[in-house]
Design a protein around this ligand. Structure first.
Ligand SMILES: [Zn+2]
Ligand SMILES: [Zn+2]
Ligand SMILES: [Zn+2]
Length: 277
């Protein structure tokens, strides 16, 4: 599988849109890999993960052909992961479609509800422009050629957030954004699953800050998370871990984060980074 990170920041972007802190000023000055847009990734140029407000920028920057994208899985409805207002741009007045194959949006009830609202308001079921599919934690579903299992995230619980296990039958990955340390039932499920991850993308919103266990993780708790995953038997020394979803609060810029993460065998994401596994 190939995963490309399109956006690797937390909600405010990095630098933060309105922020004058040292980390944001440093990112503006240094540019390059220190500029992070809102959270999105794509697998094999066809399976989209999340749909933030920066989606249009990602389409232009990475030359993505969204006419061909059929499946988009959504982790949760925080705006840095889900910006359904742009679904309107697939309505008849704004998008010529050459076939009746929809873009299918997969998510838990909160995501489905907001997607359905847009479908109804903008007549998006006409010519099969957008469809919604309800997904449930621990229930595997199929999107194109991918088998996908949502797991409950430790993150704003009222939004029914999930992380995703994604497999193409050859490789398997875990996309763990946004989440803190999983609840016990998730670790138990993983222990019983028989899954082996080739690649894990881990939440590192807290960067160098310590003790982040709930909602998000930081570098120190990413190590705990990896240890716990290894204890379930789903990861081992052959599993590649990449830290992702950074906030300006985390103190470190890209180079600093890369150095610190490398001490513990972690890779670090940047906008546009591609990994093969
Ligand atoms: Zn987020
Ligand atoms: Zn800042
Ligand atoms: Zn979130």
């Amino acid at each position: 599988m190939k995963l490309q990170y399109l956006g690797t920041a937390a909600a405010e972007g990095f630098p933060g849109i309105f922020c004058a802190c040292k980390a944001c000023e440093n990112a503006r000055k240094k540019g390059g890999k220190n500029i992070r847009t809102r959270s999105q990734a794509i697998i094999n140029d066809e399976l989209l993960i999340d749909f933030p407000a920066d989606t249009y920028f990602h389409v232009l920057t990475y030359g993505l052909d969204f006419k061909k994208i059929r499946h988009c899985i959504i982790t949760h409805p925080h705006s840095d992961h889900f910006y359904p207002a742009d679904f309107e741009m697939r309505e008849a007045a704004y998008a010529v479609v050459t076939d009746n194959i929809p873009l299918t949006i997969y998510g838990t009830e909160t995501v489905k509800k907001e997607t359905d609202k847009m479908i109804n308001e903008y007549n998006l079921s006409n010519e099969a422009r957008i469809e919604s599919v309800l997904v449930k934690p621990f229930s595997e579903f199929t999107a194109g050629k991918y088998r996908i299992t949502p797991l409950p995230a430790n993150h704003a619980a009222e939004l029914q957030p999930v992380v995703y296990i994604i497999s193409d039958g050859i490789s398997t990955m875990l996309y763990a954004h946004d989440t803190g340390i999983f609840e016990d039932n998730v670790w138990s499920w993983l222990s019983e699953s028989g899954i082996k991850f080739n690649f894990v993308s881990v939440d590192c919103t807290g960067g160098m800050l310590t003790g982040w266990r709930s909602g998000h993780l930081g570098l120190d708790t990413c190590r705990e998370f990896r240890d716990m995953l290894e204890n379930t038997g789903t990861a081992d020394s052959g599993t590649v871990f990449c830290l992702n979803h950074f906030s300006h609060n985390g103190i470190a810029d890209y180079d600093k984060m890369l150095t610190e993460a490398a001490k513990y065998g972690f890779d670090v994401s940047y906008d546009g980074k591609t990994v093969h596994f």
